[in-house]
Design a protein around this ligand. Structure first.
Ligand code: GLA
Length: 392
């Protein structure tokens, strides 16, 4: 009897409420209110690795429609959705829809790369008189931390939160992860504890900050290896993107892409992006495309400074990169060859994306004239890179 009363009561209340709950048709004086977006940081399952480790996806959203999805496998930036000049949102990073794609061989899509991003010549270096040997996983050289680098390990979630939610001027959505790389891992000396923090702000910035400490002298160089296409991932090549680099110099390389040690001016060469040029304007003059480290004009100052600005004319999207690092690797997806099918069934062909990997210069452990990448016990390694989005 009692139950019946409550069922009837609920039905009545629902029916009475319904007209009020209906979407209001907007009048010309009263424009339709757009869906309210809130600053948020959320966690959900993204699957499991083959050895049963739980992988989670962290979604950071701001009130302007920017959304970054990050996972604890490789601390990978899985997607980055950004509005164009008309407010249309597109994912501007290459990658895969599901975890599965990331567990197979792929060229570091969105990953945090370490312990040493980029190349170390002949996979060896000497520290305090001891020679350390690393995996030769790129011809005779060592690339991106070795066979199982930081891009292929499961990071631990330390913190996920939305500060100032649902919305204040300085609201932020934050996810922080940590990883302990053991002494001898991939040949590197010292137990190194590191953290990476992704922060999405109301100013449309995605900031990536790194910290590391070691118990033995080691080398460290951490970066994010996102592949960007500001027209939207998988939509075509990036040769029409306009690139400005705040770099008057670069580090020329040998055939194995190891710097020769020279620091050369970009002046009067296809390497010059100081004035802003389309990526494709002179790409045919640099072999397969760009895969070079630029010496930032801020180097070796190490305070946050503008490194690059990229503008995509059809969408109007602009990405600026600020970094505390002395260098940036411009890589134009030269090895993408159509053999990988990524998000939304898009096939990734040559030059379908560009990477701007903020970093210490390649092979610094063997180049005494380059800014040092050595980390001593008791020191704290810190590095910050900000991706700032706007349109024009
Ligand atoms: C970096 C390197 C390139 C290539 C890509 C991954 O950007 O500089 O040579 O190895 O990573 O494919």
């Amino acid at each position: 009897m009692k139950t019946r009363f409550w069922i009837n009561f609920v039905l009545v209340v629902t029916v009475v409420c319904m007209p009020g709950c209906k979407k209001k048709t907007p009048t010309p004086e009263e424009p339709e209110v757009k869906e309210t977006r809130l600053m948020s940081a959320e966690k959900e399952s993204f699957g499991q690795t083959s050895d049963g480790r739980q992988i989670d996806l962290y979604t950071l959203t701001n009130t302007n429609g920017l959304r970054a999805r990050i996972m604890n496998y490789g601390a990978i930036l899985v997607s980055l959705e950004v509005p164009d000049r008309d407010g249309n949102i597109a994912d501007i990073t290459l990658g895969f829809d599901a975890l599965d794609g990331y567990l197979k061989e792929h060229p570091y899509f969105g990953a945090i790369v370490g312990r040493y991003a980029n190349r170390i010549g002949k996979g060896r270096f000497v520290l305090d008189g001891t020679e350390y040997k690393l995996a030769a996983n790129n011809g005779e050289n060592h690339l991106h931390g070795g066979i199982k680098g930081f891009d292929k390990v499961v990071w631990k979630l330390d913190d996920i939160r939305a500060e100032g939610a649902p919305r204040t001027e300085d609201s932020k959505a934050i996810v922080k992860m940590s990883y302990i790389s053991e002494d001898g891992e991939e040949g590197y000396p010292g137990n190194m504890a590191c953290t990476v923090t992704y922060t999405l702000t109301e100013d449309n910035e995605l900031k990536i900050s790194y910290e590391a400490e070691t118990d033995k002298t080691t080398v460290v160089n951490l970066t994010n290896h996102s592949y960007f296409n500001l027209a939207g991932q998988g939509t075509g090549d990036v040769l029409g993107h306009e690139l400005t680099l705040n770099a008057d110099k670069y580090t020329p390389v040998d055939e194995g892409l190891i710097p020769t040690g020279e620091i050369r001016s970009v002046k009067d060469s296809p390497m010059d992006f100081t004035m802003g040029m389309s990526i494709g304007s002179r790409i045919k003059q640099v072999g397969d495309g760009y895969d070079h480290n630029y010496v930032l004009n801020s180097s070796p100052d190490l305070s946050l400074a503008l490194a690059a600005r990229v503008y995509e004319p059809t969408s109007g999207r602009v990405m600026e990169i600020y970094t505390t690092e002395p260098g940036v690797q411009l890589y134009t997806g030269n090895f993408l060859d159509g053999s990988l099918t990524g998000k939304a069934g898009k096939v990734y062909k040559k030059h379908y994306a560009f990477c701007l990997e903020t970093q210490h210069f390649p092979d610094s452990p063997n180049k005494p004239n380059f800014p040092s990448a050595v980390l001593l016990p008791g020191q704290k390694y810190t590095s910050v890179t900000v991706h700032k989005f706007s349109t024009r």
